[in-house]
Design a protein around this ligand. Structure first.
Ligand code: HEC
Length: 187
């Protein structure tokens, strides 16, 4: 009587393992879907080197409908763009690589990151301060999270470089860094 019971439980065990293995294989296969199969959610696989170029700029850069007119960025600005797409795009752009952004659900509506009319008036230090400390600490909305623990000073500097280069109307360095006074920035 013992032997058949043992045999039976072994059989069940093997079947369960085999089924589990098949499931794993099946779920791995999903990652091989081509874009043509209409994947609805999740990141679209693409070569890492094109990761940020291929998205276009989703309302953050001048002329974003025309990929041949993307702004030429230097190293620091490119770093800023990368961090922007990782951390900020959800609230500071209308569209994200994963679809519509959360911007319209946030109060007050965060400015687009290329909104020169708003951001040109802020000094570099003020921008870095609100990024590092978040909205609440600088007396603004707590919906703007603090990034001081996540981003390095260099990361934030890169973000400022990116914000400056995409600004529309354009940001004028002459007007700002020369005196550093807020009045100078308003010209
Ligand atoms: C969860 C949404 C959210 C995310 C993510 C977010 N912000 Fe904000 N941000 C806000 C909101 C809301 C405000 C407006 C705060 C106010 O005016 O009270 C704001 C304000 C700002 C301002 C001040 C200018 C303005 O829009 O009024 C800057 C600069 C800024 N954010 C930069 C960033 C950067 C850079 C990142 C990414 C590192 C980021 N934010 C990520 C919500 C967000």
């Amino acid at each position: 009587m013992r032997i058949p019971v043992l045999y039976f439980s072994l059989l069940i065990g093997v079947l369960v393992l085999a089924f589990g293995f098949k499931q794993t294989q099946a779920s791995q296969a999903c990652w091989c879907w081509s874009q043509g199969q209409g994947m609805v959610a999740g990141p679209i696989p693409h070569p890492p080197s094109k990761e940020y170029e291929s998205y276009g700029s989703y309302g953050t850069e001048a002329d974003w409908n025309d990929s041949s007119h993307l702004l030429p960025l230097n190293y620091e600005q490119t770093q800023g763009k990368r961090i922007f797409y990782q951390q900020c795009v959800w609230c500071h752009a209308d569209t994200t690589p994963a679809g519509p952004s959360n911007r319209s659900n946030v109060t007050p509506t965060p400015s687009l990151m290329d909104d020169g009319a708003t951001l040109n008036k802020m000094k570099d230090e003020a921008i870095i301060r609100i990024i590092a400390e978040g909205g609440r600490k600088v007396g603004r909305s707590a919906m703007m999270p603090p990034y001081g623990g996540t981003l390095s000073q260099g990361d934030m500097q890169s973000l400022v470089a990116y914000i400056r280069v995409i600004a529309s109307p354009p940001y004028s360095t002459a007007a700002s860094s020369a005196t550093g006074s807020p009045e100078a920035n308003k010209k």
